[in-house]
Design a protein around this ligand. Structure first.
Ligand code: APR
Length: 240
């Protein structure tokens, strides 16, 4: 599966993963744009934007509560565990667009959440922010200061946390191999990370059962699910 680049993978010191909803699909969390995609049922622009939130915070919260319940019940899958296992042999950084926390729950230590976290809740006004894994008995939930709370996620039209994004670029620019797993690469600026890596001579490997808009940029496209492919990567690296 990775044979054509086995030398580059074995010699790599630093491997950066860019992951998306596809890597959590085998944990039972629907992707956004795939055939089972969330956006099929809901209009993303109606729910995942700051305007939608202020227009109807209860509706947006109902959608997030449904997702939180599903995500908190989900378990990391073999793809997540393979990435945390790989960190025993290489420097591994995970740049994820996912908000489900499954990389951390599978043991990955260096995870940058580019689009925030559905588990972290913050106040829309004061500086309250905390991980909350219980469900709320009334929606939208209120902060102690009296204002409404929101998930600490990046909505369409909002910028990524600047410090997280700056660090993500520096990792993309200093890796030997970038593995892009489970993302359609249609959302910016996350989809520019492979270009930063390529500009600095990194090898690009895509793990995705389907083609993406950037497949032509890749040095290798593995048309497999991440749960199937990523354990094979650990095998390759751990056999020296
Ligand atoms: N293994 C690997 N890839 C998979 C799997 C799997 N088991 N199942 C699906 N995929 C692929 C699909 O082929 C698709 O290319 O995962 C990708 C999922 O793409 P999207 O649904 O667009 O999700 P993502 O790329 O993470 O979206 C980026 O858009 O909606 C916003 O903020 C949201 O972070 C999200 C961002």
């Amino acid at each position: 599966m990775f044979d054509s680049l086995s030398r580059q993978i074995k010699d790599a010191k630093k491997i950066v993963f860019v992951t998306g909803a596809g890597i959590s699909q085998e944990s039972g969390i629907p992707t956004f744009r795939g055939k089972d995609g969330l956006w099929r049922k809901y209009d993303s622009m109606q729910l995942a934007t700051i305007d939608a939130f202020y227009e109807d915070p209860k509706l947006v919260w109902e959608w997030y509560e449904e997702r939180r319940t599903n995500i908190l019940a989900a378990k990391p899958n073999a793809g997540h565990f393979a990435i945390s296992e790989l960190a025993k042999f290489k420097e591994v950084i995970v740049l994820t667009q996912n908000i489900d926390g499954l990389h951390q729950r599978s043991g990955s230590r260096h995870v940058l959440e580019l689009h925030g976290s559905i588990i972290r809740i913050k106040c829309t006004v004061c500086d309250f922010k905390d991980n909350i894994t219980t469900s709320f008995d009334s929606l939208p939930p209120k902060c102690k200061c009296g204002n409404i709370l929101r998930p600490d996620v990046v909505w369409f039209g909002e910028g990524l946390p600047q410090d997280v994004w700056d660090e993500a670029i520096s990792h993309a620019q200093t890796c030997d191999v970038m593995i892009i797993a489970g993302t359609s690469l249609v959302v910016s600026p996350a989809n520019t990370l492979p270009l930063y890596a390529k500009q600095n001579g990194a090898v690009l490997i895509e793990v995705n059962p389907e083609k993406t808009v950037m497949s032509s940029e890749m040095d290798l496209s593995v048309r497999e699910t991440s749960a199937n492919a990523l354990p094979k990567l650990v095998e390759l690296v751990s056999t020296g």
